[in-house]
Design a protein around this ligand. Structure first.
Ligand SMILES: Cc1cc2nc3c(=O)[nH]c(=O)nc-3n(C[C@H](O)[C@H](O)[C@H](O)COP(=O)(O)OP(=O)(O)OC[C@H]3O[C@@H](n4cnc5c(N)ncnc54)[C@H](O)[C@@H]3O)c2cc1C
Length: 416
C-alpha cells in the first residue's frame, strides 16, 4: 500500500513512522524547508513531549472530546511514547508535574530522533512541497482517496496513493507552517470543521491597573473566570501580569474553557490573592500587621502582605485613604480591604489570538472520524492526526501526547 502523510510535525512524523513500520511505502510531504518547525519551539525549546501521569489522568487533561481519544491513547499511551523515544536512543527525564523532556533539554534532539527513524524506514520526505488537493474516486457507496496534487518549486504534480494521512496542524503560530488552509480544502470535500479558535492563549485587558503591575508574577493564588453568573474555570497556581493583560500557567489553562462567544459577552477574572486564608483569618492577619505599623500611614502598611507592585492597585480599589493612619482604619474599611484581596477583579477584553495561542481548539469535527482508526467516515483511505482534530488539552505534554497517539493510530490503521 502507498501512503502519503501531509504535515511534517509530530503527528505526521509519527504517522509516517507507524505506516512504514507496517510495511507501507510512505511519502511525507512538508511545506517548510525542515521537519518539526513547531516541535522545535515546544517547551521553550526543551520539548515537553509527554506526561508520565497514570494513563487515566491523560483524559482528565484533555479539555475537548477526551472520549474520542480512548482508542488512540490506549493503543499508544505515554509509556509507549517514552519507550518509543528511548528505543530511538533519546534519553528522557521527568520533571515537576510529571512532565517528560529529553535529558539534553533540546527539542532538536527529539526532531533528530524522528528524522533518523524516518530515514531508517525508508520514508521519502518531500520538503518545500505543499498539498493542494486530495483526489477521490467513487467506486461504490463511498468516495475513496486516489491521489494528491502537490506543488513545489518544480510545479504541480500528482502522486497516486491508496491512503492520505492529514496531519497539517491547527492555525496558531502560522510562521511554523500551520496556517489552517487544509480546513478550507477539507470543507470543500464535505468534511465538517468546527470553527478553529485560539486556546492556551493569554488574555488582553484594558484595566489601568495592568500597567502598574506589568512584570508581576503571582504564585499560590487562585483564579476564577466567569461569564455573568457562570463560572467557566477556577484553579490554583501561578499567573503573570504583562503589558497587554494576563498570562502565565493559570490564565493559559483558563483560556481552554473560554469560547470566543464568551469574550464577546464579557468575561471577568477574579483573583483570590490569599486563598489559604478565610476572610476572618485574613482580617486577623491584617490586624497583626496594623499593630506592628501602628503609627504608619495606611499606604505604607501593606509591604508584608503584598508584593510592591500590587499595593497601589489594592489601595485604589479598596478606597481607603492611603494617608490615613493605620490605627484609624475602621472595621468597615478593613472589611473592604479583605474583600478586595479575596476578589481582585479584572475585566477581560479578549485573547491574544492565534499569533500567541499555544494550540488551536476546533478543527475536524470528531463526528467525521472513526475513533478506532482515525479514518474519515465519509471518504475511504483519508485519515487525520494531531492538532487538526477537534481535541485539545492543557499544558504539561498532553498536546504532544495527542499528536503521537493519533499519529500512531492513523499510521497503523491505513493498511488494514
Ligand atoms: C510555542 C509553543 C510551545 C508548545 N509547547 C508544547 C509542549 O511543550 N508540549 C506539548 O505537548 N505541546 C506543546 N505545544 C503544542 C504542540 O506543539 C502542538 O500541539 C503540536 O505541534 C501539534 O502537532 P501536529 O503535528 O498536529 O501539528 P504541527 O506541529 O502544527 O505540524 C503541522 C505541519 O503541517 C505542515 N503543513 C500544513 N499545511 C500543509 C500543506 N498544505 N502541505 C504540506 N504541509 C503542510 C506545517 O508546515 C507543519 O509543519 C506548543 C505549541 C507552541 C506554539
Amino acid at each position: 500500500m502507498t501512503v502519503v502523510v501531509v504535515g511534517g510535525g509530530p503527528a505526521g512524523m509519527m504517522a509516517a513512522i507507524a505506516a512504514a513500520e507496517n510495511g507501507n511505502t510512505v511519502t511525507l510531504i512538508e511545506q517548510n524547508d525542515k521537519l518539526g518547525k513547531k516541535l522545535f519551539l515546544t517547551g521553550k525549546g526543551r520539548c515537553n513531549l509527554s506526561n508520565a501521569c497514570p494513563v487515566e489522568e491523560l483524559f482528565d487533561n484533555i479539555v475537548r472530546n477526551p472520549k474520542f481519544m480512548y482508542s488512540a491513547i490506549y493503543g499508544f499511551d505515554n509509556t509507549a511514547v517514552t519507550d518509543f523515544f528511548t528505543d530511538c536512543g533519546l534519553l528522557l527525564k521527568t520533571e515537576r508535574g510529571q512532565r517528560v523532556f529529553p535529558k539534553s533539554d533540546h527539542s532538536s534532539d527529539v526532531i533528530k530522533a524522528l528524522r533518523t527513524k524516518l530515514d531508517r524506514l525508508g520514508v521519502k520526505v518531500m520538503l518545500q512541497t505543499r498539498l493542494i488537493e486530495c483526489k477521490t474516486v467513487n467506486n461504490g457507496e463511498k468516495d475513496s482517496i486516489s491521489a494528491v496534487i502537490v506543488k513545489n518549486a518544480n510545479g504541480k504534480r500528482e502522486i497516486k496513493t491508496d491512503s492520505v494521512i492529514m496531519a497539517t496542524g491547527g492555525c496558531s503560530y502560522k510562521t511554523t507552517g500551520s496556517d489552517g488552509s487544509a480546513f478550507l480544502m477539507l470543507e470543500k470535500m464535505g468534511i465538517k470543521i468546527t470553527d478553529p479558535e485560539p486556546s492556551l492563549v493569554p488574555f488582553s485587558c484594558d484595566d489601568k491597573c495592568i500597567t502598574d503591575m506589568q512584570g508581576l508574577s503571582l504564585k499560590n493564588i487562585s483564579v476564577t473566570v466567569s461569564q455573568g453568573k457562570k463560572t467557566l474555570y477556577s484553579g490554583f497556581g501561578e499567573m503573570l501580569f504583562t503589558h497587554f493583560g494576563l498570562s502565565g500557567p493559570l490564565i493559559l489553562s483558563a483560556s481552554s474553557y473560554v469560547r470566543q462567544d464568551d469574550y464577546k459577552k464579557g468575561i471577568k477574572v477574579s483573583i483570590d490573592l490569599k486563598p489559604a486564608l478565610s476572610e476572618e483569618e485574613l482580617d486577623a492577619r491584617i490586624l497583626r500587621d496594623f499593630e506592628e505599623y501602628m503609627n504608619r500611614d495606611f499606604g505604607n502598611s501593606l509591604g508584608k502582605l503584598l508584593p510592591a507592585k500590587l499595593i497601589a492597585s489594592v489601595i485604589k480599589r479598596c478606597g481607603i485613604d492611603p494617608t490615613k493612619k493605620v490605627n484609624s482604619v475602621t472595621r468597615a474599611e478593613r472589611k473592604k480591604l479583605c474583600e478586595t484581596l479575596k476578589s481582585f477583579d479584572i475585566e477581560v477584553r479578549g485573547n491574544r489570538g492565534f499569533e500567541e495561542a499555544i494550540i488551536t481548539r476546533g478543527g475536524v469535527n470528531v463526528s467525521q472520524i472513526d475513533p478506532s482508526s482515525m479514518e474519515c467516515k465519509s471518504i475511504n483511505g483519508l485519515y487525520f492526526a494531531g492538532e487538526m482534530i477537534d481535541v485539545d488539552a492543557l499544558t504539561g505534554g498532553f498536546n504532544l501526547q495527542i499528536a503521537w497517539s493519533t499519529g500512531h493510530l492513523a499510521g497503523t490503521s491505513c493498511n488494514v
